[in-house]
Design a protein around this ligand. Structure first.
Ligand code: HEC
Length: 713
């Protein structure tokens, strides 16, 4: 395609963007630039959403109470905006001076008028689509940071970009990662003092985690903190890493990356001058391969407190010593001052993947309490004396596979933000149960740039036997848990059809908002969990809602668009069904009258060709599929709704298999060619496995007795 032709297509796309926006009334006057600005009409000050977690404490509790448990029933769509993509959306919008800023798939940035939805500008950092293969968890981006008219965000291929908020023009951009290694950025940066702080992801693929600070004005790097030691022979960057190296027993983890990426959460206490970072899992997951003589492997799975002025270590708390299950501690962290019975404590709270809810003293890192919030089978409890979990026998799969193990790598809670309401004293957790079976991959070989977990995921695939299959599916759940951090137990719980539901917002109107995997956007009473209102979003929602007031009107906004890791890999275990991705920004107000165009679902037509391969070839294809394909095309080739369902390939697509899978014909849409890593024979085997799954689906559908009832919340 010529450059001119590309430009033309881009123009069409832009026209489409503007046309895709609809609202319920003529544009109203937006507020003047300074905050809080007073609206003459209503006499109520504008209230923004200026930071990722609303504030440095990341509470995600809106003090607005114009929308309440009494009038939320009248909430309606004010306007919506169609994004030009159909992949996962996980961003928290920012609202500043009447403009709503969001990031979308492929790290694109959008600025819309917050009252009318009109697109003001859009910026595409041109992430090479082929980089998607180095992303564990979809081509998502969780948002921007803002400071003094400037925006900051990360790109999937590891850049940090600063834009002028007024027009989206680029101020500077820096490459924060070594492009020779499969790093990705999906998390939102945070602005602290004169720096913008950014982490990265990629532990599944084999990288060494770190977090860096860049000067807001110049984009120059101010400091970098590595979360795990590198090769001891090269010396250590600081004393904290030297101490950490003593906890890595044997092995050559630095050749496999080692992990410990800071791919999402941070929080900041300006009074204590402490920056908290959530550190991820080991690379490979399997500690026997990474660090065969054991040890805690610091600072994996830890909350680490740093001095934000120079990035120096202050304290750490490790949630999962010797991590071997993909138990990240990158989940949302909330700072609050609460009374646990002996006076008010400054605490930091987290519900990491491992299933325990932690309350720590945020000045010292002292463990105050840790109680299971999700189903936990790997440990009986956390010992408050030692601060360590008490593991059950066999959990480490040293001598063979685990039983059905909870939580699995998706976690009891993943990146989806929680919310803490000081009104109710509750932390609202978008929790889930999604089991896994862990076993060492006896044929493990490090494959640079591809999945390297050191476990054989075939064992965790849903079994074909209907009874065994149902038994696994029965353990898969999703819920909102209203957690009382003082009592260390839930006060109420709302069950969902399945896992991977949206992030949460609580408000002073006694409300909690959440979108779910089943495509509903719902308001609940914050004190009781009673369901008060819902809206058909036409797509699974995973992103967290926000609230703001503009021109005297309180709005609720959410980025809707199904996707993310579980949506890709989950297959039938998603339970809410494969909901097609429809990518939109939805904005609500009391009395909003806009409506979405009707959603037309394409039926899934599974009509496979005859299977000519042997059972051995199908089995070999199963192994390669689980190694190279399942993380984007789903367990058993059952699509989660944001990538094509391979069981439903048309005859034309079957004929083009080699061109697509080996040749990379669709690389521009994120489906790279595997010609460099897979032989023609391996690719053929995968093809046979996919046909086998299609035949199985049709057989199952024909047998009503084994059909799983789909409940949609
Ligand atoms: C990083 C994510 C990712 C991985 C890994 C991946 N795919 Fe894909 N695949 C996609 C996406 C996205 C599309 C849709 C591309 C498009 O819209 O043109 C796709 C499309 C396809 C298609 C065409 C489907 C259609 O109906 O047009 C085939 C066939 C396919 N993939 C096979 C595979 C196989 C086999 C593997 C493993 C060797 C694999 N993919 C691994 C993301 C991935």
């Amino acid at each position: 395609m010529t450059a001119c032709c590309k430009r033309f297509l881009f123009l069409i796309a832009l026209v489409g963007l503007v046309a895709g926006c609809s609202r319920d009334e003529p544009p109203s006057q937006t507020a003047p630039a300074d905050s809080p600005a007073v609206s003459a009409a209503a006499g109520l000050p504008d209230v923004q959403w200026p930071r990722h977690g609303l504030n440095d404490s990341e509470t995600r509790f809106s003090p607005l109470a114009d929308i309440t448990d009494a009038n939320v029933g009248k909430l309606g769509l004010a306007w919506y905006f169609d994004y030009p993509t159909a992949r996962g959306l996980e961003a928290t919008p920012l609202v500043i001076d009447g403009v709503i800023y969001t990031t979308g798939s492929w790290s694109m940035v959008f600025a819309n008028d917050a009252a009318t939805g009109q697109l003001l500008w859009f910026y595409d950092p041109q992430v090479p689509r082929s980089w998607a293969v180095h992303g564990c968890c979809d081509v998502v981006n969780r948002g921007l940071a803002f400071d003094k008219g400037r925006l900051y965000f990360g790109t999937l291929d590891g850049r940090l970009v600063s834009l002028n908020a007024a027009d989206g023009s680029v101020r500077w951009q820096v490459q924060t990662t070594d492009p020779e290694w499969p790093y990705t950025i999906t998390g939102a940066p945070r602005v602290i003092k004169g720096n913008v702080i950014i982490g990265n992801g990629g532990a599944e693929f084999g990288v060494r985690g770190y977090v860096s600070a860049y000067n807001l004005d110049s984009g120059e790097m101010a400091w970098r903190f590595y979360t795990i030691p590198g090769n001891p022979q090269d010396g250590f960057e600081n004393e904290a890493l030297k101490r950490a190296a003593d906890t890595w027993g044997g092995g050559e983890w630095w050749k496999l990356g080692g992990g410990g990426t800071v791919w999402d959460s941070m929080a900041y206490d300006p009074e204590l001058n402490l920056l908290y970072i959530g550190v991820g899992n080991g690379a490979p997951w399997n500690q026997q391969i990474r660090s065969p003589a054991g040890g805690d492997n610091l600072y994996l799975s830890s909350i680490v407190a740093l001095n934000p002025d120079d990035g120096s270590y202050v304290w750490h708390y490790q949630t999962t010593p010797g991590e071997t299950w993909d138990y990240t501690a990158t989940q949302h962290m909330i700072l609050a001052d609460i009374d646990l019975g002996a006076g008010t404590r400054k605490v930091i709270m987290q519900a990491p993947k491992n299933g325990f809810f932690y309350v720590l003293d945020r000045q010292t890192g002292e463990l105050l309490s840790a109680e299971a919030y999700a189903t936990v089978t790997w440990a009986t409890h956390v010992d408050l004396e030692t601060g360590r979990p008490v593991e059950v026998a066999g959990a480490r799969y040293l001598d063979g596979a685990t039983d059905l193990h909870l939580p699995g790598p998706i976690g009891g809670h993943n990146w989806h933000p929680m919310s803490y309401s000081p009104d109710t004293g509750l932390v609202y957790i978008p929790a889930q149960d999604a089991p896994w079976v862990y076993v060492t991959d006896e044929e493990f070989q490090y494959r640079p740039g591809y999945w390297n977990t050191g476990t054989d995921s075939r064992i965790a695939a849903l079994p074909d036997d209907p009874v065994a299959r149902q038994a696994v599916l029965d353990t898969v759940k999703g819920a909102i848990i209203a957690w009382d951090p003082v009592a260390g137990k839930p006060r109420w719980r709302v069950e969902h059809a399945g896992p991977w539901n949206g992030g949460l917002l609580s408000t002073a109107g006694n409300l909690v908002f959440q979108g779910n995997a089943g495509g509903q956007f719902v308001a609940y009473r914050a004190d009781t969990g009673e369901r008060l209102w819902s809206f058909d979003a036409q797509t699974g929602v995973v992103a967290p809602p926000i609230s703001f007031r503009l021109g005297g009107v309180q709005y609720i906004a959410v980025v809707a668009g199904w996707g993310g890791s579980m949506a890709l890999v989950g297959g039938e275990a998603l339970k809410a069904g494969a909901i097609a991705n429809r990518s939109r920004l939805l904005v609500f107000r009391v009395g909003g009258q806009a409506s979405l165009p009707p959603a037309v679902d394409k039926p899934l037509v599974i009509d496979p060709p005859e299977l000519t391969a042997s059972a051995e070839q199908v089995a070999a294809g199963f192994k390669e599929f689980m190694t190279y394909c399942t993380f984007c095309h789903g367990d058993g080739a059952v699509s989660g709704g944001s990538t094509p369902d391979l069981r439903a390939l048309t005859p034309e697509k079957h004929a083009m298999w080699d061109a697509i899978v080996l040749g990379g014909m669709h690389w521009q849409n994120g489906m790279v060619g595997f010609g460099g890593v897979l032989s023609k024979e391996q690719s053929d085997n995968i093809h046979s496995f996919v046909i086998d799954r299609a035949i199985f689906a049709n057989k199952e559908a024909g047998d009503a007795a084994v059909k799983v009832e789909q409940v949609v919340n």
